[in-house]
Design a protein around this ligand. Structure first.
Ligand code: F6P
Length: 488
C-alpha cells in the first residue's frame, strides 16, 4: 500500500533517473540520468510512490539489472527520496535498431520536420526491419515490465514518456483493459501530411498506441492541435469541439498541453556551486565585450549551422561589432552512433570555421565553439550572456530559454524561434525569429544587442516572473491532475 496521500505511479521512459558506471578504482557509482525529461520528473520522487521503468543502457546498467533478476530494486535520488527502479536489459541489437534506426533518426526526424523530402527519408527494408525487430520488440519488453509492476500494485497510474514508447500503451491496454495510462510527448507533433512520410502501418500503430492511453499530454497547444488533427485524419479519431479530448475505439482520451518548467530553487542552488564560480571567473577573464550565447545538444533540430551563418551575416553587416561581439556555443555532443548526427556535427564545425576564417583576427575569435558536456560552464555562461540565441528548427519546448533567463545577471535578451514550444509562453518578452530566415536572425541579433537597458530589464523580468509562477512543481501538479481526471 502507498503511504497516506501518496499516489502509486509507474513512470516509464527510455532514459532513467539514474545510471551506473565503474569509476577509475573499479567501484560502481551511480550517476544522475541526464536530459530535460528526467530532470523535470525527478520532482515526483519526493512526493509520490514511484516505480521507474527505464532501459539499461550501458554495460553497468545491464549488470545492475542482471543482479536484480530483471526486477525493480530500491534506489535513492540525490535528495534522499526513495523510489524503485526497474532497468530493462533489452537485447542489444534490438535496442540498437530501436534507438539508432527508428526512434531517433526516423520518429525524431518526422516530429521535428527534419527531412529534405526530395532525398529523405527512404523507408527501406532496414527501417522496416528495425521497426519490427527493434521498436516493436523494445516496446513489448517495456509493456511486459509495466504489466509485471501492475500485478504487484494494480491500482497504479502508468505514466509513459516520449517517442520511444508509442506502442507500449496499446500492449498494456490489450492485456489490462482497466489500466490507468497517461503519456507525455516531450517533442513537437507534426501535422498530418508530414506523418504521411511514414508507411500507413507505422503511422497507424503510432496513433493507435498513443490513443490507448487515457491522457496524452504535450508542452504546447500547437503540438496538441496537430495531434488531434493527425489522429482524426490518420485513424479516424473524433476530437471534441473544445479540442481537449478525442474519442477513439469507444473511449474518450483527454488531450492536454502544459509547458514543462524548471525547479527554480534547485537550479539556483546548483548555480551557487564553487565549480560554477570558477567557470565564471574564467569566462569573465576571456569574454568579449558583448556575448551572444547558445547552449544545445548537437542535434539537427537545434539549427546550429543557420545560427552560425546568421551571426556571420550580422558581422558582415556590422563592422563596428568586430572585436567587440562574440558568440559562445556550448554544445553537448549527442547521438554519435547515428550518421545524421555525425554529419551534423561536422557541418556545424565547418560553419563556425567559415565565420572565424572570414572575420577572426588576433585577440578576437568570433565564434568560440566548445563541444563538450560541462554543466558548470553552462551555468556560468547563463549568468554572463547579453543575448541568448534559441533558433530551433522545431523544438518540443526548449528549457534552455527558461533556465538561462533565470540565472542571467546582465539583463540578457532572448532571441527565440517561433517554432520552439516555449514560444507560446515567452513570446511577449522575446525577439521572435523565423529559424530559416538568416537575414531576420541577423537583424534580431543586432536589435537585441541595441535594446535600451530598461527594455532589456523589463523583458527578462517578465520571463523570470513566468518561470517562477509556473515552475516544475506547477507542471507536475498539472500532470497529476490530468492523470486523475483522465483515469479516475
Ligand atoms: O524529449 C526529448 C529528450 O528525450 C529529452 O528529454 C532529452 O534531453 C533529449 O531528448 C535527449 O535524448 P537522448 O536520451 O537520446 O540523449
Amino acid at each position: 500500500m502507498a503511504a497516506a496521500g501518496r499516489r502509486q505511479l509507474i513512470v516509464v521512459s527510455n532514459r532513467g533517473p539514474a545510471s551506473f558506471v565503474r569509476d577509475e578504482r573499479g567501484e560502481r557509482v551511480t550517476r544522475r540520468g541526464s536530459g530535460g525529461l528526467v530532470n523535470a520528473l525527478r520532482g515526483l520522487l519526493s512526493h509520490e510512490e514511484v516505480t521507474w521503468i527505464a532501459s539499461a543502457i550501458g554495460d553497468e546498467d545491464r549488470a545492475v539489472a542482471g543482479e536484480a533478476g530483471g526486477d525493480a530494486f530500491d534506489e535513492r535520488a540525490g535528495d534522499g527520496s526513495a523510489y524503485r527502479l526497474r532497468l530493462v536489459a533489452h537485447d542489444r541489437e534490438a535496442y540498437d535498431r530501436y534507438y539508432n534506426v527508428v526512434a531517433n533518426p526516423t520518429l525524431w526526424f518526422v516530429q521535428h520536420y527534419l527531412w529534405a523530402l526530395a532525398r529523405t527519408p527512404d523507408i527501406d527494408e532496414r527501417v522496416m526491419e528495425a521497426w519490427e525487430t527493434g521498436y516493436v520488440e523494445v516496446n513489448r519488453a517495456f509493456a511486459a515490465a509495466v504489466l509485471a509492476e501492475l500485478d504487484r500494485a494494480p491500482g497504479s497510474v502508468v505514466f509513459f514518456h516520449d517517442y520511444h514508447l508509442y506502442l507500449a500503451p496499446r500492449m498494456v491496454r490489450d492485456a489490462r483493459p482497466e489500466a490507468r495510462l497517461g503519456h507525455f510527448v516531450h517533442i513537437p507533433w507534426a501535422q498530418p501530411d508530414y506523418w504521411r512520410t511514414l508507411p500507413d502501418s507505422m503511422r497507424r500503430a503510432i496513433h493507435d498506441g498513443l490513443l490507448a492511453n487515457d491522457v496524452v499530454g504535450f508542452h504546447a497547444r500547437r503540438w496538441r492541435c496537430n495531434f488531434l488533427a493527425s489522429a482524426e485524419e490518420l485513424v479516424g479519431a473524433r476530437p471534441s469541439p473544445e479540442l481537449d479530448s478525442v474519442e477513439y475505439g469507444g473511449r474518450r482520451i483527454l488531450v492536454t498541453s502544459h509547458p514543462i518548467s524548471v525547479d527554480v530553487a534547485g537550479f539556483l542552488r546548483l548555480a551557487g556551486h564553487d565549480a560554477v564560480a570558477a567557470a565564471e571567473r574564467e569566462l569573465v577573464a576571456t569574454r568579449p565585450e558583448r556575448l551572444v550565447l547558445r547552449v544545445d545538444r548537437t542535434d539537427p533540430s537545434k539549427n546550429v549551422v543557420r545560427g552560425f551563418r546568421a551571426f556571420g551575416l550580422y558581422l558582415a553587416q556590422h563592422p563596428e561589432a568586430h572585436g567587440r561581439v562574440g558568440m559562445l556555443a556550448l554544445l553537448d555532443p549527442s547521438r554519435q552512433d547515428i550518421d545524421e548526427y555525425v554529419e551534423y556535427l561536422e557541418a556545424l564545425k565547418a560553419a563556425a570555421a567559415a565565420v572565424n576564417d572570414r572575420f577572426g583576427r588576433d585577440g578576437w575569435l568570433p565564434i568560440d565553439l566548445r563541444i563538450r558536456d560541462d554543466f558548470a560552464e553552462t551555468l556560468a555562461a547563463y549568468k554572463q550572456y547579453d543575448v541568448l540565441l534559441v533558433n530551433a528548427v522545431y523544438d518540443g519546448l526548449n528549457l534552455v530559454a527558461k533556465e538561462a533567463s533565470l540565472l542571467n545577471e546582465r539583463d540578457g535578451v532572448l532571441v527565440l524561434s517561433e517554432n520552439a514550444g516555449v514560444h507560446e509562453e515567452l513570446a511577449e518578452w522575446a525577439l521572435t525569429v523565423n529559424p530559416f530566415d538568416l537575414v531576420g536572425q541577423a537583424a534580431a541579433l543586432h536589435e537585441a544587442l541595441e535594446l535600451p537597458a530598461e527594455e532589456r530589464r523589463a523583458r527578462i523580468d517578465g520571463i523570470r516572473r513566468r518561470v517562477v509562477e509556473y515552475d516544475v512543481a506547477a507542471w507536475l501538479s498539472d500532470q497529476l491532475a490530468d492523470l486523475e481526471a483522465g483515469t479516475g
